[in-house]
Design a protein around this ligand. Structure first.
Ligand code: 0O2
Length: 221
């Protein structure tokens, strides 16, 4: 009897995780379409990289435990909202907001929450735009609404966040204040780098516009 119960539980868990896998596929397709179409229309690709991951059942349980929510699937679905996660790195900060608007404007997606850690960075220096989106998944006998966390950042923001995560990984004690300060300074340098690249891009775009205007003019003459 116990074995049957275990098998049933496993099947239920597999079905639960499947919904998140499909949701990732839906969002990845949407991003790929935007990327290809944007490149075709504007001759510009604002996306440097896209990666996605499903949280493992262990870390889902760990997060649910940390949040103090009951371990039923309904509770987990309600409270652990980054089971399906997509991370997009963009070239420039403006691309982040452009892409975010394009996703938010899609009628079949619901926007649950937008956390703008670019306008309001975390005290440690973390910057990124987080969207919590709900995607409808059409199954054989029902439609399920699944939450996906989309993190959009520049390469510099991603560089800092990845290394900060690595530096702290598996360290559960208090971090010395001077290390926290140095990481914050590194985050400020990353912001500075974003600003600098943005300025250079702006100047180059003006030059390109000038060149093509000159060319147009010479054609008329
Ligand atoms: P992992 O391993 O990347 O999945 P919650 O998600 O509910 O626990 P909160 O504060 O509501 O917490 O969510 P928030 O702030 O949107 O952040 C969730 C995710 O953003 C994290 O997931 C990280 O991926 C990333 N993140 C947020 N703050 C930081 C930070 O200071 N440094 C780094 N490197 N990443 C950050 P997980 O589950 O913590 O980790």
């Amino acid at each position: 009897d116990d074995l049957r119960k275990m098998k049933g539980l496993k099947k239920e868990m597999m079905r639960f995780m499947m919904g998140y896998k499909f949701a990732l596929e839906e969002i990845n397709t949407k991003i790929s379409i935007l990327q290809q179409e944007f490149h075709y229309i504007h001759d510009y690709n604002p996306i440097e990289n896209v990666s996605s991951r499903l949280k493992s059942p262990e870390s889902i349980m760990k997060k649910a435990g940390k949040k103090g929510v009951g371990l039923s699937l309904v509770n987990i679905k309600e409270n652990v909202r980054d089971i399906a996660g997509v991370r997009i790195t963009c070239s420039f900060e403006a691309d982040i907001y452009r892409l975010s608007a394009m996703l938010q404007n899609q009628d079949d997606l619901k926007v649950l929450e937008v956390k703008d850690y670019i306008q309001n960075p975390k005290p440690n220096g973390y910057r990124s735009l987080h969207l919590l989106l709900v995607v409808p998944i059409f199954m054989s006998d029902r439609v399920e609404e699944i939450c996906v966390e989309v993190q959009i950042r520049t390469i510099a923001m991603d560089f800092w966040a990845s290394l900060e995560h690595k530096i702290y990984y598996k360290y559960n004690k208090e971090v010395p204040a001077d290390i926290i300060l140095e990481l914050k300074e590194a985050a400020d340098s990353a912001t500075e780098l974003d600003r600098k690249m943005e300025k250079i891009q702006l100047r180059m775009n003006r030059l390109k516009d000038q060149v093509s205007a000159d060319e147009d003019f010479s054609e008329i003459l």
